[in-house]
Design a binder for this molecule. Structure first.
Ligand code: GRG
Length: 285
């Protein structure tokens, strides 16, 4: 089976699993969570998670609850980021944002629900005895990297960002936390659930760090060149391509994609799937 076919099969497993999780009840809250989580999305983080597990010889079925948990956390962050008190977006994944469809209060709760459900799903994951310690580490590290030491701190840097004082170092720290932390954790959770050895985990972490930066820089180029929207993202919002110019941003993106691929090669991790996911970030605008 080729890489693209494998990715399509994984994506469909992820979709089915998310649908299973989110169709347990017919309450308004579940409707709002389904609206946010089942309406498209590239599923980049769960694909990274399953591909990392498979790269170290792990089992996809064991890894799937962690992959789904990470996607639920990602979705909560989008729901909250779209709220009027944050980015105030009307459209997400080609459809009305959660608060546009259900109102602000319900969207806030849907985000809270997605976040807590993520941990319920991961905590309920059935893993063999030999992976119990790995599971505990995944839960701990996900809480940390999605939380106040990672994505939430990154979002704080984002909302308090002052363009006039921007430095490359500051912008990179923001990207590493806001976007990179959950991407790194997607790779690390998959590696751990797949039974990675310490050297593999280290190499995959480096891969994830570079993929996280390439991902955000690519999004920044896209925002500057392709997505001029109603009033925003405000010209004052943190954006690598706006601050340093799209050409330099593209070069930085290519550097990070190359560094991600080198991290795999240096540890002799032969994963066409992880290579495919990184290379995809070099494509496009
Ligand atoms: C609200 C705590 C909190 C955090 C929000 C993720 C995030 C932090 C904000 C979203 C805004 C944004 C543009 C972040 C950069 C990361 C990014 C490009 C997210 C979109 O991810 P994709 O492209 O989206 O994977 P899909 O829809 O494909 O899942």
């Amino acid at each position: 089976m080729g890489t693209e076919q494998r990715m399509a099969r994984r994506r469909s497993r992820i979709e089915d699993a998310l649908e299973g999780i989110l169709t347990r009840r017919e309450t308004l809250l579940y409707k709002a969570m389904r609206h946010a989580a089942l309406g498209g999305g590239k599923r980049f983080r769960p694909l990274l998670c399953l591909s990392a597990a498979s790269a170290v010889g792990g089992d996809e079925a064991i890894t799937l609850p962690f992959a789904c948990g990470l996607e639920l956390i990602h979705t909560y962050s989008l729901v909250h980021d779209d709220l009027p008190c944050m980015d105030d977006d009307d459209v997400r994944r080609g459809r009305p944002t959660c608060h546009r469809e259900f109102g602000e209060g319900i969207a806030l709760l849907a985000g809270d629900g997605l976040l807590t459900l993520a941990f319920e799903v991961m905590a309920a994951a059935a893993v063999p005895r030999g992976l119990q310690a790995a599971k505990a580490r995944i839960l701990h590290e996900t809480a940390r990297l999605a939380g106040v030491d990672g994505m939430i701190d990154g979002q704080l840097l984002d909302v308090t960002y002052a363009a006039e004082n921007a430095t490359e170092q500051g912008l990179i720290e923001l990207m590493i936390k806001k976007t990179g932390a959950l991407i790194v954790e997607s790779v690390r959770a998959g590696a751990r659930a797949g039974g990675a050895r310490a050297a593999e985990l280290k190499a995959l972490t480096l891969y994830g760090e570079h993929v996280g930066l390439a991902f955000q820089i690519r999004d920044d180029v896209h925002d500057v060149e392709e997505k001029p929207r109603r009033g925003g993202p405000a010209a004052s919002a943190p954006n690598y391509a706006r601050t340093f110019g799209p050409d330099r941003a593209r070069r930085a993106r290519e550097f990070h994609v190359g560094a991600a691929l080198r991290a795999l090669a240096a540890a002799a991790i032969k994963s066409p799937d992880l290579r495919f996911l990184a290379r995809g970030l070099a494509a496009g605008p």
